[in-house]
Write a protein that binds this ligand. Structure first.
Ligand code: ADP
Ligand code: MG
Length: 248
């Protein structure tokens, strides 16, 4: 363990989120530090996706605060779009634009948002495709790709904006088993390069080997959090024990 702690990059304080009368997040508080990889696990319906979506305000927060790089996302004066550009998100279903090529999928946002001209964006796309080992697919369309390849394009697309933080919501859950590894490998190298990552996952091997911290969520709360190896080997809370007994 390092003795110097990196700066907080995401600070969540008493986050509540309701959909109508259904309170889905019931007071989440946690801090993610620069370069940290946080894995989020827990039963279906426990609020993991909602939590992730609150971190870039894809969902409006009901109460509590979420700060990213010191900026309070819940403050009406905050320019949410500017904050969102610092956060890349990868979903279970890749959500690629079907009629665009791989390169166009990656260059679209940076060019539309005026972050890069087309030449810069194309260079960046080519570099990113190298990073996710898909240089040969630059001109392919999503339908011509396997699930694992699509997800690697989705990761490259999220990286195109040069985000400081990457959020992953079950990025390998929709993949055939033989393709899970290639996507996890890309995520591992991102983590090794120092990217700050919050990863909702069912991949306990990834959580154990790659994440610095594990959050176990149940019923809209963080029930247990800490060192992934310790929690996976020796969970303290009954709900964590119960969940892990079903998935490990
Ligand atoms: P998880 O990702 O852990 O499976 P979710 O965050 O997707 O859990 O969902 C938690 C609860 O919030 C579920 O009961 C779900 O039905 C509800 N929920 C999620 N999104 C919405 C929405 N947009 N509108 C209404 N209810 C929602
Ligand atoms: Mg979910």
């Amino acid at each position: 363990m390092s003795t110097t702690k990196a700066d907080p990059i995401i600070e969540v304080d008493d986050l509540h989120k309701s959909f109508g009368a259904n309170e889905v997040l019931k007071g989440i508080s946690t801090t993610v530090r620069q370069g940290e990889v946080v894995a989020v696990i827990g039963p279906s319906g426990s609020g993991k996706s909602t939590f992730l979506r609150c971190l870039n305000l894809l969902e409006a927060v009901t109460s509590g605060t979420v700060k990213v790089e010191g900026v309070d996302l819940t403050d009406a004066k905050t320019d949410i779009n500017q904050v969102r550009q610092k956060i890349g998100m990868v979903f279970q279903h890749f959500n690629l634009f079907p009629h665009k090529t791989v390169t166009e999928n990656i260059t679209l946002a940076p060019v539309m948002l005026g972050r890069m001209n087309s030449k810069q964006a194309a260079e960046r796309a080519s570099e990113l495709l190298g990073q996710v080992k898909l240089s040969d697919k630059a001109d392919a369309r999503p339908a011509q790709l396997s699930g694992g390849q699509k997800q690697r394009v989705a990761i490259a697309r999220a990286l195109a904006m040069k985000p400081d933080i990457m959020l992953f919501d079950e990025p390998t859950s929709a993949l055939d088993p033989e393709m899970v590894g290639e996507v996890l490998d890309v995520m591992k190298s991102l983590a090794a390069e120092g990217m700050t990552m919050v990863v909702v996952t069912h991949e306990m091997g990834f959580a154990r080997e790659v994440s610095d911290r594990l959050l176990f969520m149940a019923d809209g709360l963080i029930v247990e959090e800490g060192d992934p190896r310790e929690i996976l080997a020796n969970p303290q809370e009954p709900r964590t024990k119960d969940f892990l007994s079903k998935v490990l």
